[in-house]
Design a protein around this ligand. Structure first.
Ligand code: DAH
Length: 354
């Protein structure tokens, strides 16, 4: 009897002292496993006399039940402690400040581009694209710039080094080469706009070496200057969302249009601000004209059958006018204070189409 009480006392102490589930399992195996001390006692019952067994049987079984129950209690305690430890190690302190808010915003040029595309899309124009690195033929020759003609220099072109064939690629000086690419790849009637980056070696308050243009091209039958003027006037009044915009058309020269014109928007640039609808300054925003017959021929179209008009907007300049930025160079200076002030939320709705 006393051997059983000693064993019971030892085992309960060991169970209660088990520091974790693995240690508890070791105690259980030492008592109740195949080679365990209680299992050995249970096995010894078989070799006892019936009287002895009647007396020892309940005691040994009782010991087994006690130890099993004690292990179950201890297991619950240890499992709860293990869970607490896991929760503590994976704890997330929700009182910490959140990570910094995303500060990104839409650049005014991109915003302006989106607005322009929306207006022209509503007028039935599709968007076309071309490469920033152009060959001389698309950027100049097809557009009726004569070879070696100073007009090529007029654009302050960035030329690449000549390649193996002696050909000098250029950073496109305007989006007009997309006209050529479109006429050569699409059958008329054509109605496209082509927004994109353009490059010229030039920098002052209204010029930057990289800027954005949006080309427009309409090719159809019996197209005339009246269609061009209506399109630009309608665009400008929708874009500025105000009746108080004064524009003027000036005769001009472009090799790829005949006749050619430039349209300016009246503005006031005094006092470090730019305001439209007032003042004595004019900002040129678009060059335009009727597509030159030679350009049509260069692109495989018969000028007796097809005519068209074209225009090229400065997107950044329109952004300056609409959103009041006085200096074009600031647009690409990447000054975060400027971007924060003039940037747009990407989720801001576009103005309604008038
Ligand atoms: N490509 C001209 C420029 O960069 C702008 C322009 C003028 C485009 C007249 C046109 C146009 O399509 O018809 O200054």
């Amino acid at each position: 009897m006393s051997d059983l009480s000693t064993l019971a006392a030892d085992l309960t102490a060991a169970v209660d002292a088990a520091p974790d589930l693995a240690a508890l399992e070791a105690v259980r195996v030492s008592a109740l496993g195949k080679q365990g001390s209680i299992s050995a006692l249970l096995k010894s019952l078989g070799s006892m006399s019936p009287d002895e067994r009647r007396e020892r049987g309940p005691q040994i079984n009782g010991l087994r039940d006690t130890v099993q129950a004690r292990i179950a209690v201890r297991r619950e305690v240890l499992e709860a402690a293990a869970l607490d430890a896991q929760l503590a190690s994976e704890r997330l302190d929700l009182t910490l400040p959140p990570p910094p808010r995303r500060r990104g915003s839409l650049h005014p040029t991109l915003r302006t581009l989106d607005e322009m595309v929306a207006i022209f899309a509503e007028m039935g124009f599709a968007v076309a694209e071309g490469p920033d690195i152009e060959d001389d033929w698309h950027n100049f020759t097809a557009l009726n710039f004569p070879p070696k003609h100073p007009a090529r220099e007029m654009h302050d072109t960035f030329f690449f080094h000549p390649d193996g064939d002696g050909e000098r690629k250029v950073l496109r000086t305007h989006t007009s080469p997309v006209q050529v690419r479109t006429m050569m790849s699409q059958a008329p009637p054509i109605r496209i706009i082509a927004p994109g980056r353009t490059y010229r070696c030039d920098s002052d308050q209204t010029h930057t070496p990289m800027f954005h243009q949006m080309e427009g091209l309409v090719i159809d039958r019996a197209i005339h200057m009246g269609h061009l003027k209506w399109t630009l006037d309608t665009f400008v009044s929708r874009f500025f969302e105000t009746a108080g915009v004064t524009t003027r058309f000036r005769p001009h020269h472009f090799p790829f249009t005949e006749p050619s014109a430039e349209m300016d928007v009246q503005c006031d640039r005094s006092g470090g601000q730019i305001r439209i609808g007032t003042g004595s300054d004019w900002l040129e925003v678009v060059g335009c004209g009727m597509v030159h017959p030679k350009v049509l021929v260069n692109c495989g179209l018969d000028p007796a059958e097809w005519q068209g008009f074209a225009f090229g907007f400065g997107i950044d300049r329109l952004a300056m006018l609409k959103y009041g930025m006085p200096d074009l160079r600031d647009m690409f200076a990447s000054d975060v204070r400027w971007l924060k002030h003039y940037g747009f939320s990407p989720f801001a709705a576009l103005p309604p189409l008038g």
